[in-house]
Write a protein of this length. Structure first.
Length: 203
């Protein structure tokens, strides 16, 4: 992948699986860190290790990122992105969120929680009705962040219409989320086969 170019105040990077979208976000973080010794970079990871394969995937990604961008710190936050961005954002910090698709999954299609330890305790599941409020706060956090924000998400609406009402609803919700985030961001980039295509670049 070629150099990422100038860093925008906010950038949404969309692409399919293994398209190179996360690699572009890493390149932006590496460039930001190289630009000044006072710069910092933080990755907010939304994935959760629900099974052995996901645990291994997360561990592999952590190892690879540590080699490619040694200065990129990681914070795991599966649900409250708005608060995480507000708490860690600063003028000298670039924040990468990877990824919005898993974040939406955590809210709308959460994996079953483990059984509660004590009787009478409810499993810790996010209330689905809070999603719209959370999304609004997230969009506000992007616009108010004092430092650059890079958001990574999947474009999954280019194939056939999926089977099942729940899956179709999720695809619709992700498409709506991508549109709202794209509207809020200064730059939008689509990545395919490792090649970035700029869809929007507001001065």
């Amino acid at each position: 992948m070629s150099g990422p170019g100038p860093i925008a105040a906010s950038e949404l990077i969309l692409g399919g699986q293994k398209s190179g979208k996360s690699r572009r976000a890493e390149l932006l973080a590496r460039q930001w860190l190289a630009d000044s010794p006072t710069h910092r970079a933080l990755l907010i990871a939304t994935g959760q290790p629900w099974d052995d394969e996901m645990r291994e995937r997360i561990a592999r990604h952590q190892r690879d990122r540590a080699e490619r961008v040694p200065g990129l710190r990681t914070l795991e936050e599966p649900l409250d992105l708005a608060r995480a961005i507000a708490r860690h954002g600063s003028a000298d910090t670039l924040i990468v969120v990877d990824c919005l698709t898993l974040w939406l999954t955590n809210w709308l299609m959460p994996a079953p929680a483990p059984a509660p330890v004590s009787e009478g305790l409810e499993p810790n599941q996010p209330p689905a009705h809070d999603w719209l409020g959370q999304c609004a706060m997230f969009l506000g956090a992007i616009s108010q962040s004092p430092g650059p924000v890079v958001l990574v998400g999947n474009e999954i609406g280019l194939g056939v219409i999926p089977m099942g009402r729940e899956v179709r609803a999720f695809v619709d919700a992700l498409g709506s989320l991508n549109q709202r985030v794209a509207e809020a961001c200064q730059r939008v980039t689509l990545v395919a086969a490792g090649l970035p295509l700029t869809l929007k670049d507001t001065p």
